[in-house]
Design a protein around this ligand. Sequence first.
Ligand code: T1G
Length: 694
Amino acid sequence: MSQTVTYSVQDGIAEALIDNPPVNATSASVRQGLAEAIRAMEADPSVKALVVRCAGKTFIAGADIKEFGKPMADPGLPEVMAMMDRASKPIIAAVHGTVLGGGFEVALACHYRIADKDTRFGFPEVKLGLMPGGGGTQRTPRLAGLAAALPLLTEGNQIGADKALASNLIDAIAQGGDLAAEARAFAGQLAAQGKGPRSAAALPMPADDPALFEETRKTLARKMRGQTAPLRALEAVRLGYELPFDEAVKRELAIFRECMAGPQSKALRHLFAAEREVARIPGLPADMPVRDIERAGVIGLGVMGRGIMMALASAGLPVVAIGLDQSHIDAAMKAITKIWSSSVARGSMTQEAMDKRLALITTSDDPRDLSATQLVIEAVTEDLEIKKAVFATLGQVTQPGTILASNTSFLNIDTLAQASGRAEDVCGMHFFNPAHVMRLLENVRAGQTAPEIVATIMALGKRIGKLPVLSGVCDGFIVNRMLSKRSREGFFLVEEGAKPTDIDKVLLSYGFPMGPFALGDLAGLDVQAAARKARAASATERELRADFVEQMVAEGRLGQKTGSGWYSYDENRKASPNPLTDQMIAAHAQRHGLTLREIGEEEIRERLLYAMVNEGAKLLGEGIVPRPQEIDVAMVNGLGWPGYTGGPMHWADQIGLDKVLATIERFREQQGDAYWTPAPLLAQYAGEGRGFYA
Ligand code: T1G
């Protein structure tokens, strides 16, 4: 018998109880157990129906990702589902938790479905570069119709039990607290009513709608740009109009296997594992005690401080918000109320939830009101002297052991730790703007940060819905340090003759959401000028000379917010090439006696991206991060590096570090040692014929 499926019979109703922690994935033993349960049901005349349900926190959450790429033991999932389609008695899925991927397909292959009210459903396969390979593209439209099925199958989003019921994907929502009992009662009613099996496979496809398929293709080109799996999922649905069900699911499985073998799925599955790997800190026991954070403080209520307050309150944490004076406090509360009110207006938040969050926030202009907190996040202006004074105050007004975290983007946290007088309590928690939206959180372990504090801020990051990645202390930590090299190469390429619009197009076609110049206009060129000013002391002559941002700021051209920056913007902020930029570049070249040249797409891409890969290798070699996973996860979630490439380090491995090194050496000859000296670790690994991931 299967190790993970228990078969039992009570009052003529059989039950297959799956218990395969952590998420009841359809591992080989689960598939075997389900097949055995179906055979046992068929062989027992006293059994009228079979209920399939799961122990633990969720019904089946998908095929076992850990089995991918390995020989699939019999029976395969399609075989088990075909047994369900042929069954002579009704099979009922009793579902709860996150019914995802293959789990959703198993539920749809059952004849009826009853769900706990909080159940979520979805096909996240496309987030792994895959598409539903267990009949999902054939059963879902037959049950729910095309309009509900297509976005579900191609975009990877989840729906709740109410939407699933309305879409005819489930038959009932359990009202009490005992899903197993309600499922058995539901099965008993079916038997009493003489209702037999009801296979979705036997249903006809819904009326075809070519216009809807075309509209979905256009939506995917925008929402899932560059990704192949969503379009393959759409292609698989069409099979339902061209082939009988059994043939269509065979072709669907073949398409699934093609996706599985492709580079995008390998990259996205790498990221899925990497996002979980970075939660495990080398040298820190997994059961390291974490401090209980019951009340958190935020000091500094500018844009970042407001976002951090919102992230904390949204996770149910009471927040003490300290502003410089009442006007700052009022401005902050007005801003966050406006943001949450627009969420309520959009229907993405209830008024009750907003009121609950606001009630968690108390404000004050007196840092002594932070004394009852267990953690304070500092988000005052990016000025070292001001931050040092704030940390000196925090060291006095908070209890010993209260965690003191700075949200600084690049200032030295060891310096702040010294200023606090309690260095072991000090760390960094670097949020990304907007802090209440962006998932990435760079947690920074300073030289004397206590291990328990590292464990605590990693746990807190997950608790507030962030994706915490641990970094050591350096200028810019992971994302901003690597991004600064891309910015440098962008400015240099403009000096040498590449058009900013062409450079942006190269990164857009690689898969970034926007190019460096459009990003600069969005963030505000004054912000970028301030960051360049803060780094001026360590900048080279050439970096200082490439002062396009300063030139534009001097003319009041700050980007989108003034309607003119690298691009011109109309009243709807639609960008168009800016003649002033061309004039600026020509005048700059003339002023400095520079000769402009044609620069090809490949050189632009490699200069921008290899500069970041090389810096990532330095981060790894210097021990700022313990593994390449931290870099890939941070760059995908902090900078929008396209996930379907796996992130900079995975992507470089796929190219081959020997090829990356050869190109960097070529740039070093052309551009000089200051910018293109290969990272020692990259040169070493290239020499050893290995990648960053061995
Ligand atoms: N297979 C194997 N292990 C899995 C898994 C899976 N599908 N999902 C999660 N885990 C592990 C995960 O690695 C971690 O292990 C632990 O469970 C807790 O995960 C035929 C082929 C379900 C919402 O894409 O979205 O079905 O790292 O930290 O935050 O068409 O896990 O601790 O050792 O994420 O509570 C489709 C992916 C697969 C679902 C739970 N299914 N999983 O979130 O816990 S393809 C998915 C999730 C497929 C079919 C195709 C989440 C979760 P460890 P966790 P969580």
